[in-house]
Write a new protein. Structure first.
Length: 471
């Protein structure tokens, strides 16, 4: 037999051997694509029947007052007896989805689904409805935990390890898009660790092309074993409909929130590292001798904090945490949040041109002084503002980057003198009428003294602002 006849057989053998090896690799991981027409005709129906009852509809209702455009008009109030000046309450409602994660009735949804609702109802797949209570909510991750008492054990979804999810994995999205009823869509994991999506402060999403539409928020993204790998939270769309780019919060973050809710917390507490980080730019990477920009560069280390005690220094670049690559500061924040307070983590660093490893014990964020949250009243421009003493814990909750003591505005009542004066939540009071402000008690004393002229010096988003008022 000539060599020309042998070559096709040899080529076929190589192709066959490669195909067998590839299939063996997939089988080892329990993942493979359909290879016969019989397998192509397989259905998701058994998986849907098993998992869909654990996905619920969440109805959030809020009572709002509608102001008449004639309110305050003396003509209409004189001739119509104040009818046009009355504030008419109206019920606003929103619809989203949720996932039962415990047979006792613990439910996870998006925080934006429930918003500032006065009442939240949950409808199960069988049509029964129950009032729910909010156990925990976290605006930064856009997650909330609800509880219902159905008087029976409920179907629920187990949480998968989202770190084991890979790009290309088949997934199903379950929710109630546009309020049409429970809907199942299929797709794949399009990408992992998506950051800077812009839908919340959370920056570590699973991206999927499974169709996600308004109403799917809070619904389930499941794997082919029927386990929850993410909570659907947002879509990338200019039209309001699915464009094949949806985002889900990974189940490991969901697990961290649920664990704290089961522990009795009403707000999710992130661990304290005592350091600030920024993005590694191409110019920074070049100056440090890095092949490409990645990681999180340390910009500040709090003296006496966990990072400082462990030896972390400004200029260090965190490349890995517990063996997981860090491409962006958002990824570092995600890894720290899912680790939780009390955990010892290992940071792999590029420090002064050398690769080093540091073990750091994460702590609870300290509360150096009681907040003493107080509503300011009386004839002064700050009336209607709620102020509190600054501590690292409060600053973290308010997502304010500030170093130092003082008093921060945490809330401003709508229509109050403080609102008309332009004060905003997050303003840090430095001086009032030349008096240095170092506590809530000082604010109370200064504003109680009254006066016709007022001067304020505040820190707003890192800039000093001066405001003057004359009565």
């Amino acid at each position: 037999m000539s060599s020309f006849r042998i070559l096709p057989f040899l080529a076929a053998f190589v192709v066959l051997f490669g195909a067998v090896a590839a299939e063996a690799q997939y089988n080892d991981r329990n993942r493979r694509v359909p290879s016969t027409m019989e397998e192509v005709r397989w259905s998701f129906a058994p998986l849907v029947k098993r998992t869909a009852p654990a996905v619920v509809n969440v109805y959030a209702e809020r009572l709002v007052e509608r102001r008449s455009p004639f309110e305050g008009d003396p003509f209409f109030e004189q001739f119509f007896g104040g009818q046009f000046g009355s504030r008419r309450p109206r019920m606003e409602s929103s619809l989203g989805s949720g996932v039962i994660v415990d047979r006792s009735g613990l439910i996870v949804t998006n925080n934006h689904v429930i918003g500032d609702a006065d009442a939240i109802r949950v409808a199960l797949a069988d049509g029964s409805e129950y009032a729910s209570t909010v156990v925990l909510r976290d605006e930064r991750s856009d997650l909330a935990v609800l509880r219902i008492d159905a008087g029976k054990n409920l179907d629920f979804l187990d949480l998968a390890n989202s770190d084991a999810v890979e790009t290309g994995d088949l997934v199903l999205a379950i929710g109630n898009p546009f309020g049409v009823g429970q809907t199942i869509t299929s797709g794949i994991v399009s990408a992992l660790a998506r950051t800077r999506v812009g839908v919340s402060d959370f920056g570590f999403f699973i991206q999927t092309d499974a169709a996600i539409n308004p109403g799917n928020s809070g619904g389930a993204l499941i794997d082919m074993s029927g386990r929850l790998i993410g909570i659907n939270t947002a879509i990338f769309s200019r039209s309001g409909g699915s464009n094949g780019i949806g985002f889900a919060i990974p189940s490991n973050m969901v697990r961290a929130v649920i664990d704290q809710a089961r522990g009795g917390a009403d707000a999710f507490e992130r661990p304290y590292l005592g350091a600030s980080f920024d993005v590694v730019t191409p110019s920074i990477a070049e100056s440090l001798g890095m092949r490409r920009p990645r990681g999180a560069i340390v910009t500040e280390v709090v003296r006496g904090g966990p990072a400082g005690r462990a030896g972390l220094r400004p200029g260090d670049v965190v490349l890995n945490i517990d063996g997981r690559k860090i491409e962006h500061p958002d990824a570092l924040g995600y890894r720290l949040a899912t680790a939780g307070p009390g955990k010892v983590v290992t940071l792999a660093l590029l420090s002064r041109g050398r690769r080093v490893a540091l073990d750091v014990r994460l702590e609870r964020i300290p509360e150096t002084v009681p907040p003493q949250s107080t509503l300011i009243t009386g004839p002064n421009p700050l009336s209607g503002a709620t102020v509190a003493n600054i501590s690292p814990r409060l600053l973290d909750r308010l997502r304010i980057r500030y170093r130092g003591d003082g008093v921060v505005v945490t809330d401003v009542q709508r229509g109050s003198p403080a609102a008309r004066a332009g004060f905003r939540p997050g303003d840090i009071l430095l001086r009032i009428n030349r008096a240095e402000i170092d506590s809530v008690d000082k604010v109370i004393d200064v504003t109680a003294s009254g006066g016709r002229s007022w001067s304020f010096e505040i820190n707003r988003n890192g800039s000093r602002v001066r405001q003057f008022f004359r009565g």
